[in-house]
Design a protein. Sequence first.
Length: 224
Amino acid sequence: MGDNEAPQGGISLKKPAVFMDRDGTINEQMGYINHITRFILLPGSAEAIRLLNSHGFLTIVVSNQSGVARGYFPIDLVHEVHRRLQQFLQQEGAVLDAILFCPHYPNGKVPEYSKTCACRKPRTGMIEEACRQFSIDMANSFVVGDRCTDMELAARAGLKGILVRTGYGLGDLEYVMPNFPYRPFHVADDLLDAAQWLVRRDRPGGPGRKKNHPAPVIRSLLFP
Ligand SMILES: [Mg+2]
Ligand SMILES: [Zn+2]
């Protein structure tokens, strides 16, 4: 019996995940978040994450933070932002199961982080890492983000992408997407609209999940 199976009847405990971009998707796009004061949640983000929590989705942030490698801000600031994010969400009864980020950039200024890595989106390293940490029902998992590269990430990982119109979304949709090979499976106004769309799919009459998994019984509490 593998880690993914329950003791009785081989019932799968795999949960679908929503891999969420951070800047422009959960919080306002402010260029580089190079100071904690530039970290502002978008309206509805907490409600969206709470909705996904209550419907059995793993909520996992996957964020490129190349400003670390570029020397724009220290990696400690990224951790501070993520602590703040979890605090904000906790006040609203929402929780992120994991927050993963890539601090790398090939031509950065900080030697430690200046490299070609496997985790910078649209590469799939962060999703692979999440799959090592959680039992993820990949067939029913999604990537939500505001950039075409998030849609490419989804395609490379074999997932469906939802493009949000917040952040760079509207501009990418209008000017980049027409010539971009990776199309979103769905376009949503914002993260809450995306979450509501995802939850509706699970209702009777909706397309539903590919296999009808039972409600999850394990909540992993991981705050790297
Ligand atoms: Mg973004
Ligand atoms: Zn990386």
